[in-house]
Design a protein. Structure first.
Length: 601
């Protein structure tokens, strides 16, 4: 502890001298002292961001390149506000929110962080399972491997539980091994040691390799015989919010061939594209800055001994450690994915030149989702054509046309093998499999460990225990065990697509943090003389208000889309409760202040 305090004092002296000198001295010192922003980057550049970037390219092509930079910029604004409040007061956010805003908001924020850790741990385990079974160890852990056979021979009963265990034994076994490994890593963070440093170094190098590979793919495609359409890439950086309710324009020619506007078949495919597009867009926003980062960032700064003098460094740290690497890495992944997959049929699917019909592969993981999409189309059209009050579907329903079959194949969710194929132009298939597999595995192991660490922090904070003790360790297992049990909650074919589904639910929690910290920025009782005033206050409120409003509007829309009146009623009840408690707390503070004034007179 004394060593940490002396190091913090030395860094503060170094920063003070650099601020007096300014210029290059200040920049060099900022670069040297940066840290919490890079930890935040390790969370956001995980498997969830990778999956969201890949699916953005698959569904929107280059037209959605604008989304992740904008989401990260807005998130950085909120993180800067969180940093300003934390460093100005030197207080941990949870007790500050409870005392100066409302305990309903404080506990709501903490519980939302705890829930988000579990929600985002699930796709990390799923992603790890996907690359282990498809890229790295298919013969051992794949669908015909010994673990699958062991599960089917061990659980041979006819009960639903035994059937489920037989079908998911391999997934649970792999997740259990990963959980043990990540638990050891997470519990070792406070102790440090050369083993942990070696592990983190290997993870960083592996993640850097896969990010550099996607940079290489973009360069390779730029100088290929059919180079990238950089004009389309440039246009894709211009925000287009209409893509939340209209398909990407590259799908429009196919939809036009299916039928005119208003045609039931065209309406079904339009709705299917838009819903998938919207989910992936929300997932990309949610994985840019998640609610759990709003807890990790301030606690990391406080543990490093940062104070009021570090406020400028915090903004620089976020820009260089989180914003720039995220934008560059995800942008290259979207470009590579768009060039490789957008409006293309998956491997194994082919179009008959004479009839336009799609020939689907005899087997494989994409066959069932393809047929499921066509079955949903038939059911929707049958319901639309059935007379009012009829119970049986009409017998003359036209089968899906060749264009519809092609669209269904294009919309089937890609998985680990497909995503690795994005690297093939640079490395070839064999190397791509292992580079992609090791890179994703490194990303998810790092992300699981950090999510478990945050989970421990939030449970220790809620129960008023110091980090590192029994409560902290038990809290880490809440996220870890919840994530390892992902097969209970996901039966979809694509293990990668779970990251999209869960990120949509994680996004619904984001306004808890954004609205709360907007209120903290305007709390005179907390910030006192450090509360921004005049033009600075207007600028802070405008920037954070836009971020919070967009996050709240998006979350409200998704809550309505998923749960309708029940979800909106629950949100309204929470808001009313938070307001009542906040007003009561404010009135008590005024009465105490008034009573103190009377006594002094």
């Amino acid at each position: 502890m004394k060593h940490d305090e002396s190091r913090a004092a030395g860094e503060l002296q170094m920063l003070t001298e650099a601020l007096q000198l300014g210029g290059w001295a200040k920049l060099r010192t900022y670069v040297r002292l940066s840290g919490p922003g890079w930890i935040a980057s390790a969370i956001t550049l995980g498997g969830g961001s990778l999956a969201a970037s890949l699916y953005l390219g698959v569904l929107g092509g280059y037209s959605l390149l604008w989304l992740q930079p904008l989401a990260m910029f807005l998130g950085m604004i909120m993180m800067s506000a969180i940093g300003y409040v934390t460093l100005s007061t030197g207080e941990r956010p949870f007790p500050s929110i409870n005392r100066h805003v409302s305990p309903v908001l404080g506990w709501g924020w903490a519980l939302a962080v705890a829930a988000a850790n579990v929600i985002w741990c699930m796709p990390q385990f799923s992603l790890a399972n996907g690359v282990l079974t498809q890229n790295l160890l298919p013969n051992l852990l794949g669908s015909r491997g010994p673990l699958v056979r062991l599960g089917t021979t061990t659980f041979t009963g006819a009960s639903p539980t035994q059937q489920w265990l037989a079908a998911n034994f391999d997934k649970l076994a792999v997740s259990a091994v990963l959980l043990v490994l990540c638990t050891v890593i997470t519990w070792s963070y406070d102790r440090g040691g050369w083993g942990l440093r070696l592990y983190e170094t290997v993870l960083k190098i592996t993640v850097a390799i896969i990010v550099l590979c996607f940079f290489g793919v973009v360069l390779k495609l730029t100088f290929s015989e059919q180079p990238l359409a950089w004009g389309e890439v440039g246009r894709g950086l211009v925000p287009d919010f209409s893509q939340f309710w209209t398909p990407a324009r590259t799908f429009l020619p196919i939809l036009a061939r299916i039928g005119p506007a208003g045609d039931p078949a065209r309406e079904f495919w339009t709705h299917t594209i838009v819903r998938s597009q919207r989910d992936v867009m929300i997932s990309a926003v949610a994985t840019a800055v998640g609610i759990n980062m709003t807890l990790m960032f301030p606690y990391t700064m406080l543990r490093k001994g940062w104070r009021r003098e570090h406020r400028g460094l915090a903004v620089f740290d976020l820009a260089t450690g989180m914003l720039v690497p995220y934008v560059l890495a995800t942008g290259c992944v979207v470009i590579a994915s768009a060039a490789r997959f957008h409006t293309e049929l998956p491997e194994g699917f082919a179009v008959d030149a004479a009839t336009g019909q799609v020939a689907a592969p005899a087997g494989g993981p994409k066959l069932q989702p393809y047929h499921d999409l066509l079955a949903q189309r038939d059911a929707r059209l049958a319901a639309a054509e059935a007379p009012a009050g009829a119970h049986d579907p009409p017998s003359g329903l036209a089968p899906a046309s060749g264009d519809e079959q092609q669209l269904a194949a294009m919309l089937v969710s890609r998985d680990a093998m497909d995503m690795a194929a994005a690297l093939e132009p640079l490395t070839g298939r064999l190397v791509a499999n292992y580079v992609f597999g090791l890179g994703v595995l490194a990303m998810v192991l790092s992300t699981i460990s950090i999510l478990m660490l945050i989970s421990g922090f939030v449970f220790a904070e809620m129960m008023a225990f110091p980090p590192g003790g029994f409560v902290h360790r038990a809290g880490t297992l809440v996220a870890g065990l919840g994530g390892a049990l992902w097969p209970l909650f996901w039966t979809g074919q694509s293990k990668f697509y779970l990251a999209v589904v869960n990120s949509v639910f994680g996004f619904m929690l984001l306004p808890f943090a954004y609205v709360t910290f907007v209120l903290l920025m305007n709390s005179h009782s907390l910030l006192g003389p450090d509360m921004p005033r005049g033009i600075r206050r207007l600028a802070w409120n405008l920037a954070t208000g836009i971020s919070a409003t967009l996050a709240t509007a998006g979350a409200a829309y998704m809550i309505w889309d998923r749960s309708r009146y029940i979800g909106m009623a629950a949100v309204a009840l929470y808001v009313v409760l938070a307001l009542l408690v906040a007003v009561n707390q404010h009135n008590e503070a005024r009465r105490e202040s008034s009573g103190s004034s009377d006594l002094s007179t």
